[in-house]
Every structure is written in structure tokens, then in C-alpha cells.
Write a protein that binds this ligand. Structure first.
Ligand code: COA
Length: 183
């Protein structure tokens, strides 16, 4: 599908060669597992919260043609999952790279760069005029990666949260459900 780029870092043991290809249905569990390892609650709480097998299956079923995996020795070692977005009555079409991840063993060997290049090509083929990516501001490796790959015009976005456990309606709901389990 594309010309592999050379491995750029010296490692004690050379990495196996990596192929970038379209994602297939039977890759879904492996992609999910890899995401579980990368989007941890301690490191990236918002990614951890939204990464789940149901969302992944939904995304794959609606947008399989903009989902890619990186494979080495028969194993999924990276993924890039995107979707096209368009607004009715607007000439603008966007390609949104929603999820990007590379197995820790393969980091800094150009795998994400290859996934990104291929994803950009898929978006351009679908007439996207702008490509969007987002990540937490403190995800320094992802921010460095995106900047290195030509992204700019950064807009800061704030996530806020509120614990609902002290709300009387939450407490009432909890009491009710405990009553239910007692029956
Ligand atoms: C961000 C991520 C996808 C980068 O994958 P990768 O395959 O290691 O990236 P590449 O090897 O293609 O890196 C290309 C360039 O990006 C920059 N870069 C990547 N990781 C970096 C890091 N940890 N620190 C600084 N710069 C980094 C560098 O400029 C690098 O070029 P170099 O290695 O020649 O210096 C990977 O670290 C990852 O999976 N992170 C966890 C998941 C995540 O946060 N995803 C993004 C939000 S969904």
C-alpha cells in the first residue's frame, strides 16, 4: 500500500518489518487489547474512559475504510482509526484521526508516521480539506508527534468533571438499587 520507510533508531535487536494495511473485522480484539495497554487510567484518564470495545466495534462498522493497522509478525503493533466528517450544506469535509497508538516496543521507529501518512491519503481521496487530531496537552509525545507531522493551529480545550456521588438523586438511586438486590 505504501513504501516502507527505513527504521530510524539504532536498537540492540532490530525490529521486525512492519506492514501498514486496512483493518479487518478479526483485528478488532487485538486493536482493543493494544489500546487497553496504551490508554491507561493513570496516564490518560480521558482516553481510558472513552476507549471501549463497544465504541471500537461501532467505529469499525461505520468507518472501516478509514481504519488502519500496523502488523509485524502476524501481530497488530499499531493502529490509526479515523472518520470523515461533513456538515450538511457545507463544502468543507474534514478527516478526523480519532485514535492512534503504537506498541511500546515499536515506538520511535516511524510506525505512527507511516500510519499517519496513509490515513492522510485516505482522507484526501475522500475530499477532506482539513485533517483534525486531538490529544491531552500533557501528552507530550503525541503533541510532539503531531507537530512533527505538520499539525498546528492548536486550540486548547478544557475537560471539566463533577463527582455526582453526593447528589441526593445519585444517593436515592443507589439506595433503590441496593433495595432491589436485597429482594
Ligand atoms: C504518539 C505515538 C502514536 C507516536 O508513535 P511512534 O510510532 O513512536 O511515532 P514515530 O516513530 O512515527 O515518531 C515520529 C516523530 O514524532 C516525534 N515523537 C514521537 N514520540 C515522541 C516522544 N515520546 N517524545 C518526543 N517526540 C516524539 C519525534 O519527532 C519523532 O521523530 P524521531 O523519532 O525521529 O525523533 C505513540 O507514542 C503512542 O502510541 N502513544 C500512546 C497513545 C497516544 O497517546 N496516542 C495519541 C492520542 S489518540
Amino acid at each position: 500500500m505504501e513504501t516502507p520507510s527505513p527504521i530510524r533508531r539504532q536498537r540492540s535487536k532490530p525490529l521486525p518489518s512492519v506492514e501498514i494495511r486496512e483493518m479487518e473485522l478479526n483485528d478488532v480484539p487485538e486493536v482493543f487489547e493494544l489500546g487497553q495497554k496504551l490508554f491507561t487510567a493513570e496516564e490518560w484518564p480521558s482516553l481510558y474512559r472513552s476507549w471501549n470495545d463497544h465504541e471500537l466495534a461501532l467505529l469499525f462498522s461505520s468507518d472501516a475504510d478509514t481504519c488502519l493497522v500496523a502488523e509485524a509478525e502476524g501481530q497488530v503493533v499499531g493502529f490509526a482509526l479515523g472518520r470523515m466528517m461533513e456538515k450538511p450544506r457545507s463544502a468543507w469535509r474534514y478527516g478526523w484521526l480519532l485514535w492512534l497508538g503504537v506498541d511500546r516496543r515499536f515506538k520511535r521507529s516511524g510506525v505512527a508516521t507511516r500510519l499517519m501518512k496513509q490515513m492522510k491519503g485516505l482522507f484526501i481521496e475522500r475530499d477532506a480539506r482539513i485533517m483534525l487530531v486531538d490529544t491531552a496537552a500533557k501528552n507530550h509525545s503525541a503533541v510532539a508527534f503531531f507537530r512533527r507531522n505538520g499539525f498546528g493551529q492548536e486550540i486548547r480545550h478544557v475537560y471539566l468533571s463533577q463527582n455526582l456521588e453526593n447528589d441526593p438523586r445519585y444517593i436515592g438511586r443507589k439506595d433503590n438499587s441496593e433495595d432491589d438486590t436485597d429482594d
